[in-house]
Design a protein around this ligand. Structure first.
Ligand code: GLN
Length: 508
């Protein structure tokens, strides 16, 4: 198992164990990961930047420290892939938008500082929908990522590059962000584990903002133990993010007891059906089988209804674009990145920069948001949406009086084909019907593999808890995972090359 050719397939916990026992070096683990990247990246395009020089230096530093007997954090030397949304000091950060072309942040995001302090090794920056707006990674200015389980399908989004990279073992760990589902939905579509923490649990300092009342950072990993380990490394108070919670994070791995007897599980009716249309039959079947498994493990399951969840999509598509229109006003060609060369005067420079720099979906949302915030429409749209958001939160509060965990699908379908929804924004928005309510409630939510479709495509189960119940989610997810084999299946993405050119950019 410890031959370097298979090191990339290990979980972080397994690899960390071998590293601590000096059976392998951080450099060997990194080489195995990059060998895998060489093998599959041309087909997948999970990364927009490989940070090999940085990674080799980080790995060498860990190996030296270990050789000297210095104390090291548990994940020291484990490779991690970073969504291209975190400011990384000295390393280009684009949010997969042309408008950030050439932007090299002068500082690290809080989560990047934490990764450095935990001595993780940065494999590269992963592909994503531009400014995290999308559910397929097709909105990236650098072209889409492909799903490792079927190269004609999307990996989900917006953290599609991170999920695909983990699923294909191009990295051991990855990080994403989730504003309306962007960690959980790609994790589900790629058959890996993803967790969106409680709003405020992980700092957003230095994370490029999309919709600030919803954005959270979280782990994307091969199994639940790795998820607990990485969440523990990322969580904690940060005075630089005013929404950061003061509560010290617990030791999340201690929650993995395997014991869920008496756990009260609620299957959310509104997750299984939207406007009279049910989720895909294979998804419904896998979720029902998961409920049966929870019962076998001693949980007490029943159906619950949260009627206001039916308004989540319209509420989100008023609030998120409104916040985005404000957050994205800063990209004016002066402060960051791209500036149009072709302009006569400053107003035209602003206009041309934004017109040339932003993609179609980002422009659509800026226009939607500007409209709903404008005088005369604010009360009818923004204020009304904010009020309905409160009703959604109250539905969750009521459900958690009788349930410890709510469950349902993550995505109403398995991974869809590239291009299938690209020209139909409403169909694309519906991909997040089960994930968006959780962001509106500020709650922790998780996706874990719970089955495969007849075509061999992964299906994810969503677990949702009350605020700061990450331990309960991890405990339930771990018990479920360990009772089956879904987490052991690995995608095999290599196929006959059809002359596609690699879009990978290399550091330096
Ligand atoms: N797919 C949703 C959107 O396009 C959610 C994205 C996200 O969570 N960043 O807004």
């Amino acid at each position: 198992m410890s031959t370097s050719s298979s090191l990339h397939e290990l979980t972080a916990a397994e690899l960390a164990d071998l590293l601590a026992r000096k059976e392998v070096s951080a450099r060997e683990a990194l080489d195995a990961v990059y060998a895998r990247v060489e093998e599959v990246e041309e087909d997948l395009h999970s990364f927009v930047l490989l940070t090999r020089e940085t990674a080799e230096r980080q790995a060498a530093e860990v190996d030296e420290a270990r050789a000297k007997g210095e104390p090291l954090p548990p994940l020291a030397g484990v490779p991690i892939a970073l969504k291209d949304i975190y400011c990384t000091k000295g390393i280009p950060t684009t949010c997969c938008s042309r408008i950030l072309e050439g932007f090299v942040p002068p500082y690290d995001a809080d989560v990047i500082e934490r990764c450095r302090a935990h001595r993780l090794v940065f494999v590269g920056k992963t592909n994503m929908d531009e400014f995290a707006m999308g559910s397929s990674t097709e909105n990236s200015a650098f072209g889409p990522t492909r799903n490792p389980w079927d190269l004609d399908r999307v990996p989900g989004g917006s953290s599609g590059g991170s999920a695909a990279a983990v699923a294909a073992s191009e990295t051991v760990l990855a990080m994403g962000t989730d504003t309306g589902g962007s960690i959980r939905q790609p994790a589900s579509l790629c058959g890996v584990v993803g967790l969106k923490p409680t709003y405020g649990r992980v700092s957003r300092y230095g994370v490029i903002a999309y919709a600030s009342s919803l954005d959270q950072v979280g782990p994307i990993t091969k199994d639940v133990r790795d998820c607990a380990l990485l969440l523990g490394a990322l969580a904690g108070h940060d005075p630089r993010d005013s929404t950061s919670l003061p509560d010290p994070p617990p030791n999340y791995t201690r929650a993995l007891t395997g014991e869920i007897k008496g756990l009260r599980v609620g299957l959310v009716k509104e997750f299984m059906e939207y406007q009279g249309v049910g989720v895909a039959p294979e998804v419904a079947e896998a979720v029902k089988a998961a409920i049966a498994r929870f019962e076998e493990l001693g949980a007490v399951c029943r159906e619950v209804s949260l009627p206001h969840l039916n308004y989540s999509i319209p509420v989100y598509y008023i609030l998120a674009p409104a916040e985005a229109s404000s957050n994205l006003a800063r990209y004016d060609g002066v402060q960051y990145g791209y500036r149009s060369a072709d302009a006569d005067g400053i107003i035209e420079m602003y206009r041309n920069t934004r017109n040339e720099g932003f993609g179609a979906e980002v422009k659509r949302r800026i226009m939607l948001g500007t409209y709903t915030l404008s005088a005369g429409y604010y009360d009818a749209y923004y204020l009304k949406a904010a009020q309905v958001r409160t009703l959604i939160r109250r539905d969750f509060d009521a459900a958690f009086e009788d349930c410890d965990v709510l469950v349902g699908p993550v995505s109403p379908t398995v991974a869809f084909r590239l291009g299938e929804k690209a020209d139909d924004p409403v169909q694309m928005y519906l991909s997040d019907v089960c994930t968006i309510p959780v962001n509106l409630g500020g709650l922790p939510g998780m996706s874990i593999p719970c089955g495969f479709s007849p075509d061999g495509l992964p299906i994810g189960l969503q677990l949702v808890g009350p605020p700061l119940a990450e331990e309960t989610l991890l405990r339930a997810a771990h018990a479920f995972e360990q009772s089956g084999q879904f987490h052991r299946r690995r995608a095999v993405p290599v196929r006959q090359r059809k002359g596609r050119r690699s879009a990978v950019v290399r550091e330096g």
